[in-house]
Design a protein around this ligand. Structure first.
Ligand code: 5GP
Ligand code: ZN
Length: 125
């Protein structure tokens, strides 16, 4: 992997290290999931790799298994967190990338959003 293990200035690395609190949804050796501090949907949590990888544009072949694990985990966590059953329910997975992609935190994270739909298509917040 090309990513640094962690970045002392990164807010998500601080959460991973336990230096900042979060409302945890899931944790294992490689991944952490926690509720978004400013939810844009009734269910809104983030899944991220513990390794400090800045964005989708910093992903290479060595990260394929990691990304596969995130996508594999998302449906299970979404349902556990209260997303409604398919097909009337469901959820959205979103990965903002770079300034023009709406990325605010430079540590790769997958938004998982769902629940009764007052939230708007394409919006994170
Ligand atoms: P981005 O715009 O980078 O895709 O999304 C960053 C998300 O992280 C935003 O939805 C924002 O509300 C959330 N966020 C930023 N700082 C914190 C924090 O300290 N704790 C938690 N739980 N979420 C955060
Ligand atoms: Zn980080």
């Amino acid at each position: 992997m090309t990513a640094a293990a962690s970045d002392p200035d990164c807010v998500f690395c601080k959460i991973i290290a336990g230096d900042l609190p979060c409302k945890k949804v899931y944790e294992d050796e490689e991944l952490l999931a926690f509720h978004d501090i400013a939810p844009g949907a009734p269910v809104h949590f983030l899944i991220l790799p513990k390794v400090h990888l800045e964005s989708m544009l910093h992903v290479d072949e060595g990260h394929q298994a990691l990304l596969g694990r995130i996508l594999g985990l998302a449906p299970r966590l979404a349902m556990e967190q209260g997303c409604n059953p398919y097909p009337d329910g469901g959820f959205r997975i979103m990965v903002n990338t770079g300034l023009e992609g709406g990325q605010e935190v430079a540590h790769l994270h997958f938004h998982v959003m769902g629940g009764a739909r007052s939230w708007k298509k394409g919006q994170a917040n």
